[in-house]
Design a protein around this ligand. Structure first.
Ligand code: 3HC
Length: 696
């Protein structure tokens, strides 16, 4: 417990305790105690004041607002520091200069510069709830306040590299095992324990000096470093920060501490200015904007209270197919019990197997204990009795993609579900308003568009109909957070945000193939850009029959210039599932998932193009990328103009988390807006192509 004589003082520094002579400095910069330039100047003054104060024998640094600190303020990286600017590095240098013992007392999150600050202290005590992480890599950076030099000296180069390259947080228990912290103590005793340690028998631990003086075994360095370089993506494919981070750790092995620090600082400064880091920082903030919904979107005059999210304690799913079982697993994983209704015994048996198989797989991987897997399995109840949905707070239908079928389901659900329950559809194309009209609660009807496999893909499009209430939207965002999904709000339009844009992208890929560029080249160009697969392999994966059905549902404006898709479907080339689509597949090559170029398809494109009077033309890889990305961006722009997407950043999140857009390019809208990137309109490029005289 904090001694009762303590009072709060400016900038979180508490008055010094005469008995203990320990000065407590509390990081207090809501919401996340970010170590901004401005806050670092104050903190530095606090530390220096404690150092010169004769009555202070030792210092404890802790955090307010339920955490230690989220590290450096990411906003500051967009501005050049002035000579007088104070940063985490200055604060750490002051701790290092201090003659007094400094102990870090950590509760909640300690991230980035926060961990680096703690590493500079003499001793680190954490509560069982503490979480430590160096997530800089996720922002395209490396720990730039001494982390790459102190951590390898403290715990060894290999574990330090693993920890920093992953960027994920670890529990206090794991941090203790690794030697990052020195002890764990209950939260209620944290400050007292830190004070006793700072002032007690362990006083003047001077561990920081030991770390600095420590030399790492140089002979292990080159091997660890070489291995690490091999394991991360190439610099141009999103691995820039990883390679620089490894370089910094190499410096910790090879150079004296201060030289290593200087090297780290140089590498960090390079990364801060790099495009990939700017892109990842854009995504960081875009993600945090997602749930900020302008009040003007509310369909009716709702009070602020009405937008308070409703609790979701029980969920329902209609349909036990692939999508339905994936959604059920997602709820179970978030600790929300779920009732799955389906009248087809065969589908239910298969879904039961899928669910148990998934949880057992997680047990095998060591992610769940047998007991947890059993509990999760038990929290999904399959039934053919619709009345069991009566108590659900949200019901997601995942039945066959047909408006009449879904309307009927909504009518039925409206009669069964309790009045405050939300009714959601997982449709990827159908009109939410048409479904809402089948109910007497259109304000509680919305789209929850999960992506396949629903339990893995992090994206969730939250689709608002004309009458969807602000409270329903707020509840959906809350639910998305619980399900660990990135919820993105979309207006009600064919294909919403993601699929609407992908239609144009795939259409442009087809246009290029009609002009004589092979599907294999087009896919390779997009993989080179960083997509995990190209547009044709993606179409093969989702099924050409599905693609054709969607095209038909969109009406004549969606028709292509040729009949390649119709002909492939007519030939029963439906994609990966029939081992042939735009590519062919062979069980002995990449387990039947590796696309193999097929001259039959190339000839089909050529023949159809001749019939349509489309001239063949050369296209460089750059042009391929430019045309496909233009198609995405043009449509994204229209969705913004029509109000279907709220912000360019929302579209970027959809593309990065739902469609494999390389995060180091920041998403299509961010990429198109960066200096030096000029994307011509896809349509004008296609028209240019048509001007070339036809060879037919
Ligand atoms: N800098 C600036 N703002 C930050 C921030 C940071 N490091 N971390 C969080 N924020 C802001 C968010 O933008 C958000 O602002 P808003 O309310 O205006 O939208 C607010 O704090 C709350 O954040 P979340 O919505 O993310 O809150 P959660 O409670 O869900 O999560 C968190 C809290 C776990 C701390 C999470 O925000 C997080 O992971 N933050 C990033 C931490 C990070 O990357 N740190 C490394 C920084 S780089 C560094 O330290 C460099 C050093 O090596 C020199």
């Amino acid at each position: 417990m904090i001694p009762s004589s303590f009072e709060s003082a400016p900038f979180g520094r508490s008055a010094q305790d005469d008995r203990e002579h320990v000065c407590i400095i509390t990081l207090d910069n809501p919401p996340v105690n970010a170590l901004s330039f401005v806050y670092c100047a104050k903190l530095l003054a606090e530390i220096e004041a404690a150092e010169v104060d004769e009555s202070v024998s030792a210092v404890v640094i802790t955090g307010a607002n339920g955490l230690f600190t989220a590290g450096a303020d990411v906003n500051d990286f967009n501005s050049e520091p002035l000579p007088e600017t104070k940063t985490v590095r200055d604060v750490i240098a002051a701790i290092e200069r201090a003659r007094k013992t400094v102990v870090a007392a950590i509760d909640g999150n300690a991230l980035g510069g926060g961990v680096e600050l703690a590493l500079a202290c003499d001793y680190r005590i954490a509560t069982p709830n503490a979480k430590l992480g160096l997530p800089e890599i996720r922002l395209g950076l490396l720990p730039g306040a001494g982390g790459t030099q102190r951590l390898p000296r403290l715990i060894g180069a290999r574990p330090a590299l693993e920890f920093m390259l992953k960027g994920s947080s670890i529990s206090a228990e794991r941090a203790l095992e690794l030697g990052i912290i020195d002890e764990i103590t209950p939260a209620a005793e944290l400050i007292e324990r830190a004070m006793t340690t700072a002032n007690g028998p362990k006083r003047r631990l001077s561990e920081r000096n030991a770390i600095i003086a420590k030399e790492l075994p140089a002979q292990a360095g080159p091997f660890v470093v070489a291995q690490a370089h091999k394991m991360v993506p190439a610099e141009a494919k999103g691995g820039l920060a990883a390679h620089k981070l490894i370089d910094a750790v190499q410096a910790s092995v090879e150079l004296p501490f201060n030289f290593g620090l200087a090297r780290e600082a140089r590498l960090f400064d390079e990364l801060v200015r790099s495009k990939p880091s700017q892109a990842l920082r854009h995504l960081f903030f875009a993600e945090r904007e997602l749930s900020k919904i302008p009040p003007s979107l509310s369909s009716r005059a709702e009070s602020r209270d009405a937008a308070e999210p409703l609790p979701i304690e029980l969920a329902g799913v209609v349909g036990a197919g692939t999508m339905g079982s994936g959604i059920a697993i997602t709820f179970a994983q978030a600790g929300i019990p779920v009732v799955v209704v389906d009248n087809n015994d065969e589908a239910v048996d298969k879904a039961r197997q899928t669910v148990m198989g998934m949880f057992m797989y997680q047990v095998q991987k060591g992610k769940l204990t047998q007991e947890e897997a059993w509990k999760r399995g038990q929290s999904i109840r399959f039934t053919d009795d619709w009345s069991e949905l009566a108590e659900a707070d949200v019901i997601v239908e995942a039945v066959f993609e047909n408006l009449d079928v879904k309307r009927e389901v909504f009518r039925k659900l409206d009669a069964i579900a309790k009045p405050q329950a939300l009714l959601a559809t997982n449709t990827s194309t159908l009109d939410i308003d048409a479904l809402a009209q089948a109910t007497k609660r259109p304000d509680k009807v919305l789209g929850l568009h999960f992506f396949v496999p629903a339990n893995i893909m992090p994206l969730l499009e939250i689709v608002r109909g004309r009458e969807t209430s602000a409270q329903t939207i707020a509840t959906a965002f809350n639910l998305a957070k619980k399900l660990r999904k990135k919820g993105v709000l979309s207006g009600n339009a064919f294909g919403f945000i993601g699929n609407r844009m992908i239609f144009d992208y795939v259409r442009e890929a087809n246009a290029l193939a009609e002009e004589g560029v092979t599907p294999a080249r087009i896919d390779a160009a997009m993989r080179e850009f960083g997509f995990p697969m190209g547009p044709f392999a993606m179409s093969d994966l989702s099924g050409l029959d599905i693609g054709l059905a969607v095209q038909k549902a969109r009406g004549p404006e969606a028709n292509g210039r040729t009949n390649v898709l119709e002909r492939l479907v007519g030939m029963k080339r439906l994609g990966q599932k029939t081992m042939a689509g735009f590519f062919k597949y062979d069980k002995s090559v990449g387990k039947g998932r590796e696309p193999i170029a097929d001259p039959v398809v190339e000839q089909l494109f050529a023949e159809e193009a001749r019939n349509a009077g489309i001239a063949p033309r050369e296209a460089s890889d750059d042009e391929i990328r430019e045309r496909l990305l233009s198609a995405l961006v043009d449509r994204g722009q229209k969705l913004l103009e029509e109000g279907i997407a709220l912000r360019p950043g929302d579209i970027d999140i959809v593309y990065v988390y739902g469609y494999g857009f390389p995060p180091h390019h920041g998403g299509p809208m961010w990429y198109a807006s960066t200096p030096g990137v000029i994307l011509r309109s896809a349509r004008s490029a296609r028209l240019e192509g048509q001007k070339v005289p036809t060879h037919a």
